[in-house]
Ligand binder design. Sequence first.
Ligand code: MN
Length: 330
Amino acid sequence: MADRLTEYRRRRDARRTPEPVPAKAPEPGQGDVFVIQQHHARRLHWDLRLERDGVLVSWAVPRGLPRDPARNHLAVHTEDHPMEYADFHGEIPAGEYGAGRMTIYDKGTYTTEKWRDNEVIVVLHGQQASGRYVLFQTRGKDWMIHRMDGPPPGWSPMPERVEPMQPTGATKLPPDDDAWGFELWWPGERAIAYIEGGQLRLDAEGYPKLRGLGEALAPTECVLDGVVVGFDAAGRVRPPDPDNHHYLAVDLLWLDGVPTVELPYERRRELLAGLAVAGPYWQTPPYFAGGGEFALAASADQGAPGILAKRLDSPYLSGRRTRRWLRVRG
Ligand code: MN
């Protein structure tokens, strides 16, 4: 006999997927659980599920729940899921429906303010997701989700565009070595990376291998300063091209709704290290606090033309060329 999980069961084989596939019909209840799962399927998305009448009514939200009330996100209505799914995380095997890794992004309770076939208003009470949202149907399975509250406290939108801070050319190392951080001067294409909703927008074109960076960092949203370079077989740096390119992240300008440009360089690098930008085509090269001579020698080994010296206490001065950043040839 058909019940609200018929469609769910039809798409899954309990012998092949680790997902719960209950045989029994769901028991209608009064529960108020919500869960948001981060699902690395063919396309990354977040699944929002709301308990209703003993099942989890579900939407797949490709960019995640908006925090900005000015931006509505697409939410695709999907089949009802069993209550057991609220605790599911794991790897759905290749070839199965929804193949890919699923993690629990947030779980909590919610309050219903309105529930109609084409419009749902809820208030989420989660750790990551909270506030009043409306889901409304636009066409068929396509719905939109809109934040009805103001942005979460302390959250500000990602900047549309940041002009890079620039170094000033210098002929020798600064005398007060300990006040500076030293980086290799990476010859390549300087590019700001804007990462939001699991997607990357890069201030540079023609580097397809970097596309996965947004998904790799999800659910983190951030703005990075960095350089696109290539490497030869010996690991020495060379100009990037469409086949050989790596993004080297060297600074962090905004993180999960908080601008970081006012923080000192040293603290920004600490936060950047915490993001673990480390993958096949993206890395976070180290910097050396003090030790300019050492960095100059390392730059020669890597095939870099010199080093950048950055004052450890310096904020990020967008679009400015100052003596807080120096460029020294090797
Ligand atoms: Mn999904």
